[in-house]
Each structure stands twice: as C-alpha cells, then as structure tokens.
Write a protein that binds this ligand. Structure first.
Ligand code: GLA
Length: 640
C-alpha cells in the first residue's frame, strides 16, 4: 500500500439508485479512493435463505470502479437477517442473566452456534465467488467489530472443550481456579458453566478464562471466513478492531492473522482528552500491527460523542485527528459513514456528507483533507522512531475487571492511558509492547499496573534492565501469576527482587483522596507500605501512617536501572522522573536513511514556532530554520 486511503463506510442500499451516481461524483470531488461496502447488507444480499440478490451490489461496484474508487468489500455477518432467527432460534445470544435476545438491532447471534458459523461461511463464500475477479475490490473486510459475548448452552460446551485443551485435567483447572475456596471443586467437566449471573462475586479466573476463550472462539470464526475468501482471492484480508472494556478480543494476538490491522476509533471525551485518546488508539494499533500495515477504518467526521450528547468537532479538528492517526502510521483515514442515514438507529451519527448535503462546512473540510493526503503519502518510505515502550497486556485489563480487587479505583486502562499521556504531552512517540516482547531496542520501558505477569515476562524484564535498560514499574504490578494466584512473600511479587523492594501491606487511597510526597508532589488512587530492601529511596510519603516510608525507589541492576513508583503520582512528578518537557505540538518523526519526516500537529490555541528545515509537504514551501504551526493547524516537514 503506497498511497494513503481515504473514504469510509458506504451503505448504498439505504438510498435510491439516483443518489448513487451523485455519491460517486462527490467522492471524486472529495479525493475518496476507498469505501467499505456491504458491512450490514446481509438481508439485502440474501433476502431468503440461499436466494441471493447481487444485482444492486454489481451495479454499485461497477459505478465505484468507473469513478476510480476502490472497495473494501465486507462480509455482512455482524447482522444476520430476521429469517435467520426464525430458522435458528438456538443461535440467538443469551445474556449472563439467561435472557435470550432476538433480532431488531445488530450483532445478535451466538458465534458458537453451528448454524451461525455455517451461514457466515456461506455468505462469505458466495461473495468471494461472485467478486473475486471484479476490479473494484482492493481488500476484503470480514464482519464488523468482533466483540459480542454469549452465555448459552452452545457457548458453554465450547468453553468446556477450550478448558480441556488449556488445562488437560480437572485437577489442574481446580488448582488454577482455586476452586477449593467456596466449595467450587469440579469433579465433572460438564458441571462447568460460563460465568453467568450468580449469587455473589464470581470466580476471578473463571471470568478471565471466559474472556480468553471467547477471543479464541471469535478468532476461529474469523479464520473460517478468511479461509473462504482466501480460497478465491489473493487480496489482503482485514477486520475492523473495536476497543473497549466489553470486547473479549486479544487484538495483539489477532493482528498475526490479518493482512492489514484495521481499527475503529471514537474518542469519548469532548475536550483535549479526545486528542490524547486518538494518539493512544493509533499507537496501540501500530504496536499490534508490528511491521504490518494498519489503517484507521472508521472515525466520526463531524462530531464527538461523550455518551450523553454529540459535540460538533470544531473547524480543523477532524483533519487533526485524521493526521494524528496517519502520523502514527495509519495508511489513511476512513470514516463511518459516507452519507448520513435518513433513518435507523444511527441516523444522527455524523458522516462525510451530512444531512445538510455537500454544501456544508463538514463536506468542505472532508474535501480539503482529501486534497492534502496525496501530498503526504511519501512518508510510507520511512519508519516511525520510538525509543520508549509502554507495556500493554489485554489479559491484565480483563483480570482487573474482576470484582475481587482491593480497591474499585484500580483501573488498568487509566493507568496505561496516564503513562501514555505523559509522553504524548511531551511530543515523545511511544510504542506499546507485550510484557514478554523483545524490548532491547527501547531506552526506556514503562510498566503501568501490570497486575498479572508470567514468570517468562518477569525474567525478560529483568534481563532488559540487566543489559542497560531503564525500567519504570508502576504500583500494583507483579502481584499474581496468569492463574490469578498471588505471588507470596511480599508484593510486588514477580518484581520484588528486581526492584529491590518489599511490600507487606496495601494502602488504597479514598476515591478522590491524595497523599503528599516529601518532594512536594502527590499521589492518588493507591499507596503501599514499601520497604526499600536493596533499592535507593527517591521520594517518600509525607504525613499520615506512611510518613517517611518510600514512595518512589530506584535500583541499579547490571548496566540498567529499575524504578518503582508505588502510587499514581501527579503529572509534574512523573514528568520530572521521566525528564519530559511540556509541548502543545504533537510531534512524530519518521526516518529512512538520511531523510526525516516530522508531523507537527498543534492542538493548542496559540501558534507554535518550531525549529525546522526542509520542505513543508502540505504547502510545498521551503522551511529555513523555523516553522510557524498555526493554532489548530498541522504541518509535515521533510528534511534531508
Ligand atoms: C462502529 C461500527 C459502525 C457504526 C459506528 C458508529 O464503529 O462499526 O457500524 O455503528 O460504530 O458509532
């Protein structure tokens, strides 16, 4: 992929064919070169079982191709038609409380139901057979945002097989799940159920294993469709990842199975938090992708949704968000959706062509960005340079969603986001890395609240420090093994020796409470009674029962240093520790040989003057020493 893709979800079945021609003309005007077609088209493509109606899709693909727009052709399996419910009531999903759902929305099926799997393979095969030689498709898009869970008897059966595979014996499972507690010992595999609604706290390892299982089961369903498409076509195959606490998908693992990593990104904050979230989502996607291409498959054009109301994106903000993704490696910027719907559940979701039509600020900004992107495509010759990694482990996130932790304020995602925010605010690019990844290329590795850690990962981190790495470990790390069993003899368990500290007791802070530090800084969320065994004390708690006890420590290990930060320290304290300057300009650097490309995105409300030399790619103007990036503006400089 050498060009940057630009476009969005196109759902022409909602429109009279007279609009289609106008759509393609407007796409050309806006520089659109890729649209995702067919994501939710199952009932239009297969109105009754085995009866296909491809006529409308033939016409749309021809029109798009004639207009120079490529297609990301989707399988429609995220929304089976109503006839599917009638024929296969056993394939409808069941909630943890045992309520069976029915159609009327989308994503209403159990992925463990054989009837669903067969129907999904069938429609994928029919699409691949029909369109494998059509010139419009550039990519296959399987399903939409894999992520729904079910607790039905069919899912229970699959879960038991998965557990047999993972544990081999009931003895091993009983040990891993600590079933000796509360009389949960299993003597028969068929007694094991999904973590359905029950009387009181659910078994934490059962809860975590259900997530792990569900990720594998959804992946198996994806791979079946992928195989159907691959049997007919060599085009790249993707599926759009959705990120959220409810999503039982291990994206880092799934990334190995797609040709292009694709993400949907909808920040849920209206203020500057939206920009931070954008950078966070993009850095995660790049890290999941490893060296593979990745693509922002969906974003909202004109609005931000904080869950209560829509906030219009101010002029220029849509472009800055798109640029932030591209700066961090996305091979383009796509939206949901092309034309705003007139009806249906998402009729007020923003679009590239809003209800007001093409004579609108939003469409003008869409067209403007479409004209800029081709000038930036050359950066793909380079690579992003990140010297810092933050560890990310989705299983740790899932484990910390259990209801058994010592404080409800412990929140893995916010700990990781807060680590990322420190670097983002300083214009420093970070990668995310798996705890057991090779970290040797990073000068600094930050480990936010890595509650669950395997022996292998702990040993890798120790080796990283030994050979010269700088490691900063955050509170509530190293506590349990992958079975969620506590590592005894003092927290932070797996990291106690490496960090040279021993913690006997946790001191969770009151919600919104603070603890003072001797340096003048403060901590929130959490604190611990830390003893510095072989570590030096860098900062201490001041006041209260922990007065004078270590809060931040440092230990020289081989050629490197391991730090422990036992509370959620304030921004300034962390910025000092990490030696990070403040910057209002989001900066990302790409390099290839002697050439450097620098993305500069100014989210501030005053202009920024940055040192730069070379050619600014948006304007084509030479830059000689200094570049002014206007408030809310952006620039990309190529330097030799
Ligand atoms: C998701 C889906 C789209 C649409 C958007 C709008 O990302 O993939 O179909 O629902 O959200 O929020």
């Amino acid at each position: 992929m050498t060009r940057l893709w630009y476009g969005g979800d196109y759902n022409p079945e909602q429109w009279d064919p007279a609009v289609w021609k106008q759509d393609v003309d407007l796409m050309r005007q806006a520089g659109v070169n890729l649209v995702t077609v067919g994501v939710f088209s199952w009932s239009s493509l297969e109105p009754s079982p085995g009866q296909y109606d491809f006529g409308w899709l033939d016409r749309i693909l021809d029109l798009l191709h004639d207009g120079g727009v490529s297609v990301d052709l989707a399988t429609p399996t995220a929304s089976p038609p109503p006839w599917f419910t009638r024929l296969h009531p056993e394939a409808m999903p069941v909630t943890p409380a045992g309520v069976r759902l029915t159609h009327g929305s989308r994503d209403t099926y159990c992925v463990c139901a054989p009837a669903y799997r067969e129907a999904a393979r069938g429609i994928a095969r029919a699409l691949a057979e029909r369109y494998r030689d059509h010139p419009a498709p550039a990519m296959w898009h399987v399903h939409n945002e894999y992520g729904t869970t079910c607790y039905c008897p069919l899912a229970a059966e699959r879960f038991r097989s998965w557990l047999q595979e993972r544990y081999g014996s009931l003895d091993r499972l009983n040990e891993a799940w600590t079933t000796a507690f509360w009389s949960q010992g299993y003597a028969d595999w068929t007694d094991i159920e999904p973590p359905r609604q029950t009387q009181y706290l659910v078994n934490p390892t059962q809860f975590l294993d259900y997530r792990r299982f569900w990720s594998d089961e959804l992946l198996a369903a994806f791979l079946e469709q992928k195989a159907e498409l691959r049997a007919q076509s060599e085009l790249p195959i993707t599926t759009n990842f959705v990120f959220g606490g409810w999503v039982p998908v291990n994206h880092a693992r799934w990334a190995e199975e797609v040709d292009v990593v694709a993400i949907d990104h909808y920040p849920d904050q209206a203020g500057i938090g939206a920009e931070e979230q954008t950078a966070f989502g993009a850095d995660l996607a790049r890290s999941w992708a490893g060296g593979k291409p990745w693509l922002l498959m969906e974003q909202a054009g004109g609005t931000l949704n904080d869950g209560r109301r829509l906030h219009p994106k101010e002029p220029g903000r849509m472009a800055r968000h798109s640029l932030s993704h591209i700066a961090r490696g996305s091979r383009g910027a796509l939206f949901f959706q092309w034309r705003a719907s007139r009806g249906g559940a998402e009729m007020y979701h923003s679009a590239m062509v809003p209800h007001a039509g093409a004579d609108s600020r939003i469409f003008r900004e869409v067209a403007e960005l479409g004209s800029v992107l081709p000038r930036l495509a050359e950066v793909a010759e380079g690579n992003i340079v990140a010297e810092v990694a933050i560890l990310w482990d989705v299983e740790c996130w899932w484990a910390m969603q259990g209801t058994h932790l010592p404080s409800s304020a412990l929140d893995y995602l916010s700990a990781v986001r807060s680590a990322h925010r420190h670097f983002w605010s300083a214009g420093v690019t970070v990668d995310f890395a798996a705890p057991d990844a090779d970290l040797s290329t990073y000068r600094l590795v930050v480990v936010p609240s890595l509650y669950v850690v395997s022996d292998v990962a702990a040993a890798r981190l120790a080796a990283y420090v030994e050979s010269g790495g700088q490691l900063v470990v955050g509170y509530f790390s190293g506590i349990v093994d992958p079975d969620l069993r506590v590592r005894t003899d003092g927290y932070p368990g797996a990291f106690a020796d490496l960090l040279g500290v021993r913690v006997e007791e946790f001191h969770p802070l009151p919600i919104d409470g603070e603890i003072a530090l001797a340096s003048g800084g403060s901590g929130r969320t959490w604190s611990e009674d830390v003893q510095a065994a072989t570590a030096e004390v860098v900062d201490r708690y001041a006041g209260g029962v922990l007065d004078g006890k270590p809060a931040i420590t440092r230990r020289q290990v081989g050629a490197g240093t391991a730090w422990y930060v036992s509370t959620e320290v304030d921004r300034e304290t962390m910025a000092d520790l990490l030696q990070l300057p403040a910057s209002q300009v989001e900066t990302v650097e790409w390099r290839s040989g002697d050439t450097t490309w620098t993305f500069l995105i100014n989210h501030g409300d005053s202009r920024a003057v940055v040192p730069a030399r070379g050619i600014e790619l948006v304007t084509g103007d030479p830059v000689d020493g200094e570049l002014v990036v206007p408030a809310g503006g952006y620039a990309v400089v190529r330097s030799a």
